[in-house]
Structures are given as structure tokens and as C-alpha cells.
Write a protein that binds this ligand. Sequence first.
Ligand SMILES: Nc1ncnc2c1ncn2[C@@H]1O[C@H](COP(=O)(O)OP(=O)(O)O)[C@@H](O)[C@H]1O
Ligand SMILES: [Mg+2]
Length: 227
Amino acid sequence: MLGAEVGHKSAHRIERRIRNSGLVERKTLEAFDWDFQPTLDKDFILELARLDFVRRHDDVIITGKPGTGKSHILKACGLSACEQRIALRYARCVDLLDDLHVGLADGTYPSRLRAWVRPALLIIDDVGLGQVRKRGDEPTAAHTLYNLIDRRHGHSSTAITSNIDLSHWGRYLGDAVVTAAILDRLAMHAIRIDVDGPSYRQRVAADRATKRKKSKEPTETPEPEQP
Ligand SMILES: Nc1ncnc2c1ncn2[C@@H]1O[C@H](COP(=O)(O)OP(=O)(O)O)[C@@H](O)[C@H]1O
Ligand SMILES: [Mg+2]
């Protein structure tokens, strides 16, 4: 095979991997404004994106207020995983739970659970955002998540972002005792990053408002000359 053809096939494979992973937005760390978030250790995050933690089967938890770049960092890690041929699945926490709960209702739970257990890297985005639904006698979100984390723990990496403190997960997931068991597996050994800084979303909104204001301001036009 010619070099160009090999390159083309490999790019095609990476593209398919990204599409199948559930990663919709393609974020990179090259596009990250480090000066905006000075509490973040740039070298540490760049090292994280090299994904040695996946090879070590370590977990990652990134906490912090909304808009601080938590999802951006993990999405960039996800993209890097696809490029490195590491099997990835990405989902927001509520979507993952919904998927498993659909499986409980229609008998496809075992195969759905296997699909979430299998990938070398699973990114669970936004724990704490969105309504975790509980219907009838279904297990709580805490139970569902526990089943998944327990199967993955020690065999594969799970990387999580959360906008709420870990001490509030119990209330969010609907069972404090089971959540403690999740955190016992995850948080005790996970790489922990807390982003304590401003929201990039608010900055973008402020920039837009400034631009709008400027465009509305009357531009200085010279007085028409008197005939
Ligand atoms: N430091 C940054 N540099 C560039 N873009 C950023 C930065 N922080 C956040 N963003 C962008 O701002 C938006 C919100 O960031 P996100 O990572 O989703 O925040 P979080 O997950 O912490 O709520 C995204 O579009 C993201 O790409
Ligand atoms: Mg987020």
C-alpha cells in the first residue's frame, strides 16, 4: 500500500472511532486559553491528555463551577484517546443513566451495561447537572452508577466531571450509602482536579455584549459641509 493510502485509512479509522464514541464536540488543548484559568496546572493537564492514566487504569475526577473548562479538558482527552486508538465512550451522566434505565425496561440492560463497561476510557460528563429521574421501583441513579463503576474499577479508566462537590453526590444520585460505595472506589484513588476560577461562558457573553454595545454606538460621521 502507498503511504498516502495508509494515512487515509488510518484517518478514516480515527474518524469512525470518534463518531462511535458519542463525542460530539471536538475540543483540543491547543484551543484552551490557559491564561484565563491560571489555577490550572498546564503541564499537568497536557500530561493527562497523553493518557498514561488510561494505561494505568486510573480514574479522574474534575470538579469546579460551571464554565471553568472541565468538559473541555475531558473532551480533549477523549479526542486524544481516539487518535491513540484507545476505545472511548463519552456521555453526559443523565444520558448514560437514561440509556441503562431504558435497558431495564425493555430487557436490553445486560448488553447495554456491557457496552459501557467495555471501553478502556469512559468519560461521564456533568455529574450534578440535569434531572436524574426515578420511576416506580427502578433502582436509584446511585445503584445504576455503582453497578457500572464497580465493574470498571481497576480494569479500565473512568473520567468524570462534576459541578457539585462530591459530598453532594449522595443527594443528587438518590442514595447516600450506595454513593459512598461509588466514591470509595473512585475518589479514593482517582486523580483529582478542582478548577477554581471564572466561567469562560460568562466571558464569551460579556465579550458579545461589549461588541453589541459598540455596534450600536453612533459612529462619528463628519458634519455635512454647508453649501
Ligand atoms: N480556558 C478556556 N479556553 C478556551 N475555551 C474555554 C476555556 N474554558 C472553557 N472554554 C469553553 O467554554 C465553554 C464552556 O466550557 P466547559 O468546558 O463546557 O465548562 P464546564 O464543563 O466546566 O462547565 C466551552 O465551549 C469551552 O470550550
Ligand atoms: Mg461541563
